[in-house]
Design a protein around this ligand. Structure first.
Ligand SMILES: *Cc1c(COP(=O)(O)O)cnc(C)c1O
Length: 343
């Protein structure tokens, strides 16, 4: 696939903003080039625009090149930039298998890009033939979320592989929850598929939703186009610093993941025993989707107990479901105690 053919003309042609720090790369100790304050607050200098320290560390961990890494203000930013690189507003369109994460659709709407929603199968897998027959000459991106939010399941490897080969456009695999799954990331397959973009985030397993740091991994070419149109200083100094510290303390991440998996297993064992629970869906994420007799009633009851879960009943194929994040031992005990008292 020739990626360049899918890139918007204006993106191909534009000359990106060149910041003071882009233009000077040597060594100096007097910086009078960016109208910053000279007084040391610890944060008086602009952040590293390309975040190379953090990207080099990620490249080492993921076994790819630093030029294959994009960092943004949450995953929201790479999602938005992919629309802006590949989709001409009012002309191109994208395909979103549903139910899934709501942000793809919102980002499409913000960018005035049409989207086609294609239902997942009853096992919550992408419907390959429906997806491929919905794609036309103006289709640019397919969003696959695996493990999928809100269903929790992983998409089958063969299905994703088939779509990567047959879909004529960019295939985004959003792996926000991959740390909780026992299958490898699609990052390991980047060399085989030049239309693949993998998204990951510091918001879930790393426990850093507050720093707003999302990652995209793809070919150097695709990442290059995203860099070309990003805001120059899109990741602030504190977020870069804290993410680097977290990567260098990965035992913490690993022990949190282990704890969540143990708690998930307990919830998966106990939840099916409640009479009002009709189904507990298989999950490879840090949440569980359950189908209950009366989702609204249970949701309101839990709120009254001081417990907030997510009612997903309005989503296609998710009638009368609640999505429950896996919490700490204490939180899960409180949840199960409350459920025991519900009739
Ligand atoms: C939570 C989540 C994200 C993370 O979004 P951030 O903007 O990085 O916090 C991305 N994709 C999916 C499917 C999610 O559920």
């Amino acid at each position: 696939m020739n990626i360049e053919d899918f890139v918007r003309e204006n993106v191909k042609n534009l000359k990106p903003y060149s910041s003071a720090r882009d233009e000077f790369k040597g060594k100096a100790d007097v910086f009078l080039d960016a109208n910053e304050s000279p007084f040391n607050t610890g944060l008086n200098r602009y952040p590293s625009p390309m975040q190379w320290a953090l990207k080099n560390r990620l490249a080492e961990i993921k076994n790819i090149l630093a030029e294959q890494v994009f960092l943004g203000n949450g995953s929201d930013e790479p999602i938005d930039l992919l629309f802006r690189v590949f989709c001409e507003p009012g002309k191109h369109e994208v395909i979103i298998p549903v139910p899934t994460y709501g942000m793809y659709k919102i980002s499409a709407e913000i960018n005035n890009v049409a989207y086609k929603e294609v239902f997942l199968t009853k096992n919550f897998q992408p419907n390959t033939s429906e997806i491929l027959s919905s794609a036309g000459e103006n289709t640019r991106i397919l969003f696959l979320c695996s493990p999928n939010n809100p269903t929790g399941n992983l998409y089958e490897q063969e299905i994703i592989e088939d779509l990567l080969k047959k879909f004529k456009g960019i295939v985004v695999v959003d792996e926000a929850y991959v740390d909780f799954s026992d299958k490898p990331s699609w990052i390991t397959r980047l060399g085989e598929f030049d239309n693949l973009v993998v998204l990951q985030t510091f918001s879930k397993a790393w426990g850093l939703a507050g720093i707003r740091l999302g990652m995209a991994f793809a070919s150097k070419e695709i990442i290059g186009y995203m860099n070309k149109i990003k805001p120059p200083y899109n990741v602030n100094t504190l977020s870069q610093r804290i993410a680097l510290e977290a990567l260098n303390n990965s035992e913490q991440h690993d022990s949190w993941v282990t704890a969540i998996l143990a708690q998930r297993e307990i919830l998966e064992g106990v939840l099916p025993t409640f009479p009002f629970v009709q189904e507990v869906y298989p999950t490879e994420a840090n949440f569980i989707l359950i189908r209950v007799n009366d989702a609204r009633k249970l949701y309101n009851y839990l709120i009254a107990q001081g417990i907030v879960v997510r009612d997903r009943s309005s989503q296609p194929l998710c009638e009368s479901t609640l999505r429950i994040s896996v919490g700490t031992l204490e939180e899960n005990v409180k949840l199960l105690e409350s459920l025991k008292a519900f009739e």
